[in-house]
Ligand binder design. Structure first.
Ligand code: ADP
Ligand code: MN
Ligand code: MN
Ligand code: MN
Length: 338
């Protein structure tokens, strides 16, 4: 039997990488990752190699069912250069010590976007809908726009086996969120990228594009889009100590550490991290219990469990690469002087 394997990878565009994919037909495929062969592509068409020596290698790293195609799988891949080393565009390779001790829950926000009006769904042609307020977690045709796309995406993600934990309509009109949680930084990143791929593909059939930009409506009074990173390791989950939390949170404070994080928290984040619209200023570092205006929020859950739980870095934006976000968070948590 012929099986369709959709090999998915990230291109080399800067500052924001995009999804690319192509289909490989295999016969008598087992369905297992280890039976997905290496493959190659033309890196000169994706800003990953010069034309004279254009081959890059696709290394399969995550597989799941493709519920929207007959006899098909989705195969997330890392990009290797022609020598077999991790390509410089390969953020997944930055994740060290992936022993599954780190758990990540990403909250992916995005806008459903009408390519004809170049506005979010729900925005009238040549104008604006009413101000923010009624859209967040809304129901009804006046306030919730594009639900059929969001519902289809949720069903397809669950059928594929992705660990989606929830969805909600967001603060701006046409803005939505899904949450994905995984035990293991690489798997959390893999699942976010596959979920983004599925959303983009579903959008095609509605003539709706996905706008991942963190501030697509500019400086107007509309929320931007984030990708809050909720994280924990065994220490954070079992600390039972405010002092331990403080030491870890202080490891994020030095200016050079802030800069290292902001560098991978998504393009144009200065437009979003203004100190307004439930964000902290890009120039500051702060943390606080339940504080949605802080860089890192300590969820009430963590305090109520006697300082055992997780933290939420609210700075990563909707277009950030979850692999790079996870890699730098792991590095900084591990650097804490306990
Ligand atoms: P909010 O919108 O209030 O910030 P959400 O419910 O959208 O919160 O997202 C919270 C995320 O935190 C979920 O994706 C969840 O999986 C994640 N999370 C919960 N516990 C942990 C934990 N121990 N480690 C990492 N992530 C966690
Ligand atoms: Mn949320
Ligand atoms: Mn949100
Ligand atoms: Mn959040």
């Amino acid at each position: 039997m012929a099986t369709k394997l959709e090999y998915i990878w990230l291109d080399g565009y800067k500052p924001t990488q995009s999804l690319r994919s192509k289909t490989k037909i295999e016969s008598d495929f087992s369905g297992k990752l280890e039976d997905c062969p290496l493959w190659s592509f033309d890196g000169s068409s994706t800003e990953q190699a010069p034309g004279g020596s254009s081959d890059c290698i696709l290394k399969p790293v995550y597989i799941c069912a493709d519920p929207q195609r007959k006899d098909a799988f989705l195969v997330m891949c890392e990009v290797l250069d022609s020598t077999g080393a991790a390509h410089e565009s390969n953020g997944r390779a930055l994740i060290q010590d992936d022993d599954n001790d780190f758990w990540f829950g990403f909250e992916q926000e995005y806008f459903l976007w009408d390519p004809k009006t170049n506005k979010p769904l729900g925005f009238p042609e040549g104008g604006y809908p009413g101000p923010q307020g009624p859209y967040y977690c809304s129901v009804g045709a006046n306030n919730a726009f594009g639900r059929e796309i969001v519902e289809e995406h949720l069903d397809v993600c669950l059928e594929a086996g992705l660990n989606v934990e929830g969805i909600n309509a967001e603060v701006a009109a046409g803005q939505w969120e899904f949450q994905i949680f995984a035990k293991g930084a690489k798997e959390a990143g893999d699942q976010i990228w596959v979920a983004r791929y599925l959303l983009e593909r579903i959008g095609e059939s509605y003539g709706v594009s996905i706008n991942w930009h963190c501030k697509p409506l500019g400086a107007l009074d509309w929320n931007g889009s984030g990708m809050h990173a909720n994280f924990s390791n065994t220490l954070l989950r079992t600390a039972a100590s405010q002092a331990t939390y403080t030491k870890i949170l202080e490891a994020f404070r030095p200016a050079e550490v802030v800069a290292e994080h902001i560098a991978v928290y998504g393009a144009d984040n200065h437009l979003r991290l203004t100190g307004k619209h439930e964000t902290a200023s890009i120039n500051d570092y702060s943390y606080g219990v339940s504080d949605r205006g802080a860089s890192i929020r300590i969820p009430l859950y963590t305090v109520q469990k006697g300082w055992s739980g997780y933290l939420e870095d609210r700075r990563p934006n909707s277009a950030a690469d979850p692999y790079k976000v996870a890699a730098v968070i792991i590095k900084t948590v591990k650097s804490a002087k306990l």
